[in-house]
Design a protein around this ligand. Structure first.
Ligand SMILES: CC(=O)[C@@H](O)[C@H](O)COP(=O)(O)O
Ligand SMILES: NCC(=O)COP(=O)(O)O
Length: 248
């Protein structure tokens, strides 16, 4: 079965936040994504609310509950008490814990599992006891020992950080090496009993080799590349609509 697609709405929210206007609508674009067949929606609310705002969360929750009960909500973030309270209020189907510093521009590494064991173990237990699936952001070069610790911590899945692979868009040799690493970590995760998600800088171009390298891939979450693709493929249609509007 093909991996599931969760559409990350961060980039849509960032565009919305340029003005004090309600478009592009985060929930509205989420609805279009789910109507088109996406399996879920992802957000990564950051403490500065630079893209996703706290007020987006209940709206996305309601969209899924009322109109797409089969879809999943995935919330990503660093497990501060504020973040945990937020997810407990929103009850997403999946929480992806990411070791991001609040000042980080974007996620750029996975958890050091051994050093984070004490922090993560009670958090994972707390979220799982409320029925949420927990995925831990994981470096593509994580070894068997790291993944075994992730499993001991109680995670259901890991999300392989694919940023370095995505960054090889103009170098096929480097992309091939990066993919080998991803293939290995995906296989090892399955061997130790973890489900496998992947995300960061995935595109229409780099997804096919990725899914071939990860036969056990459960889900990808994609935001930046998918939003860029939507703009490119929607631009001609929008220009036509505005030209028609200019006719009065
Ligand atoms: C966890 C992860 O992989 C990130 O891709 C994240 O969701 C992106 O965050 P920003 O949209 O804030 O860059
Ligand atoms: N977890 C990765 C994600 O949600 C989206 O990352 P990106 O496609 O915006 O790089």
């Amino acid at each position: 079965m093909a991996a599931k697609l969760s559409v990350n709405l961060n980039a849509v929210a960032m565009l919305r936040n340029r003005r004090d206007l309600p478009w592009p609508s985060v929930t509205g674009l989420g609805r279009i994504a789910l109507q088109a067949g996406a399996h879920g929606l992802t957000v990564h609310p950051r403490p500065d609310q630079r893209h996703i705002r706290l007020s987006d969360l209940p709206e996305i929750r309601a969209l899924i509950d009322d109109e797409f009960p089969e879809a999943e909500f995935n919330i990503e973030g660093y497990p501060t008490e504020d973040f945990l309270a937020l997810v407990e209020e929103t009850q997403p189907e999946q929480v992806t814990l990411v070791p991001d510093d609040p000042t980080q521009a974007t996620s750029d590494h996975g958890w050091p599992f051994q050093a984070s064991r004490e922090l993560l173990t009670p958090v994972v237990k707390r979220l799982r006891s409320q029925g949420m699936r927990v995925s831990l952001f994981c470096d593509p070069d994580a070894g068997e020992e790291d993944l075994a610790i992730a499993r001991e911590i109680g995670a259901d899945r890991v999300e392989i950080y694919t940023g370095p692979y995505g960054g090889c868009f103009d170098d096929s040799e480097k992309a091939g090496k990066s993919l080998k690493e991803i293939e290995k970590v995906g296989l090892t995760a399955s061997v130790v009993g973890l489900g496998v998600n992947a995300g960061h800088d995935l595109t229409v171009a780099n997804l096919p080799p990725l899914v071939r390298a990860l036969p056990n891939l459960d889900e990808v979450s994609i935001g930046h590349g998918l939003t860029a693709d939507a703009l490119e493929h929607g631009m001609a249609k929008s220009v036509e609509r505005f030209l028609a509007a200019l006719k009065g």
